[in-house]
Design a protein around this ligand. Structure first.
Ligand SMILES: O=C(O)C(=O)C[C@@H](O)[C@H](O)CO
Length: 331
């Protein structure tokens, strides 16, 4: 039996052709909810999805009739996706995620149902300004979490632990065995992106494509030190001063800035950990390798000698998204 799965992000969409539980082929397209928002045109995403779908089916010698079901998760259920679908509320596990799937009939290009995996939020109450600070929400990471659970030390599963998912936003997720108990959401990668593309730091932190995926961990540590000593605003200024007075190169300055942003994000997280999730000592970070290592370096710097156990899982080496999707569907 064949089925199709779309993982839709803010900047990218990936389609997977799956036979039983095995991925036959996949394709990436640089289209996401960000483009829908910028162009105010939802058809952009549908056309992108259909391009991926047709191309993978064609390569496999299949037709639409061979695909028993199409699934999608992530920003596709956001206001800048295909159709806005309310988040499901936590606590939730794989079975709950599967049971809350929303079926949408796509009538413009697919002319068939697309089964949408909902994002998650931390409250089901009516929201107002009085309680907005209690809210946390994610879309897409719930599928990755299901896959990540297969790669954690077995002894972690007998108690509570935390999964950190850095990205444009960073979500910290409190787990009890394989149930998502709580979420704490933070702005993060978008801050770094804004600083390195829309401020005076742009040209002094720019690096070649090949160096984007690597990081200088000593420079990251320096960034942490500046934030601890002076706070975010002065730490960022120091990186600007490094350019003005010719200290180090763009690669080191970029790594240092990454340390500044990451340690600011982790300071908020650690405050939350201390006040709300105190009893938890195990933290797994799932991200592209250099980002996961940056988070680990920063966490170790900020929590030195406190008994936290941290591990990194490199997203570029294991695809927890598709693995989690298969687990959810088979649950
Ligand atoms: O629920 C939404 O609308 C979001 O903006 C979720 C976002 O934070 C993603 O989880 C990032 O991957």
């Amino acid at each position: 039996m064949y089925y199709f799965y779309f993982d839709c992000g803010t900047s990218n969409t990936r389609g997977y052709l799956i036979q039983n539980s095995t991925v036959i082929s996949s394709q990436n397209l640089n289209i996401g909810s960000k483009d829908v928002s910028i162009c105010n045109d939802k058809s952009l995403l549908v056309r992108g999805l259909k391009t991926i779908y047709d191309s993978l089916l064609h390569k496999a010698g299949l037709t639409d009739h061979d695909i028993s079901c199409i699934y999608a998760s992530g920003m596709i259920t956001s206001p800048y996706g295909l159709v806005e679908v309310p988040h499901a509320a936590i606590p939730i596990d794989k079975q709950g995620i599967k049971a809350s799937i929303f079926i949408h009939f796509e009538h413009t290009l697919f002319h068939r149902e697309i089964h949408l995996i909902r994002g998650l939020k931390t409250t089901s109450m009516d929201l107002s300004w009085d309680v907005i600070e209690e809210i946390n929400n994610l879309r897409g990471e719930e599928v990755e979490i299901a896959g990540i659970c297969n790669h954690l030390p077995i002894q972690w599963k007998s108690s509570k632990y935390i999964i950190l998912l850095p990205g444009s936003h960073t979500h910290a997720v409190l787990m009890d065995k394989e149930t998502i108990l709580d979420i704490f959401s933070l702005f993060s990668g978008e801050i770094f992106h804004a600083l390195t593309s829309a401020t005076v730091l742009a040209s002094s932190t720019e690096v070649q494509e090949g160096k984007l995926q690597s990081i200088d961990l000593n420079a990251v540590k320096k960034g942490c030190e500046y934030v601890q000593k002076y706070g975010f605003a002065r730490a960022v200024y120091i990186i600007h001063a490094m350019k003005i007075f010719n200290i180090e190169d763009n690669y080191k300055r970029r790594s240092c800035l990454s340390g500044v942003v990451t340690s600011t994000v982790m300071q908020s997280f650690l405050k939350h950990l201390k006040s709300k999730w105190e009893q938890t000592n195990n933290i797994a970070v799932y991200a592209e390798e250099s980002i996961a290592n940056t988070y680990l370096e920063v966490l170790r710097y900020l929590t030195w000698n406190t008994g936290l156990e941290t591990i990194a899982l490199a997203r570029n080496k294991m695809n927890c998204c598709v693995e989690g999707f298969v687990d959810i569907i088979n649950s």
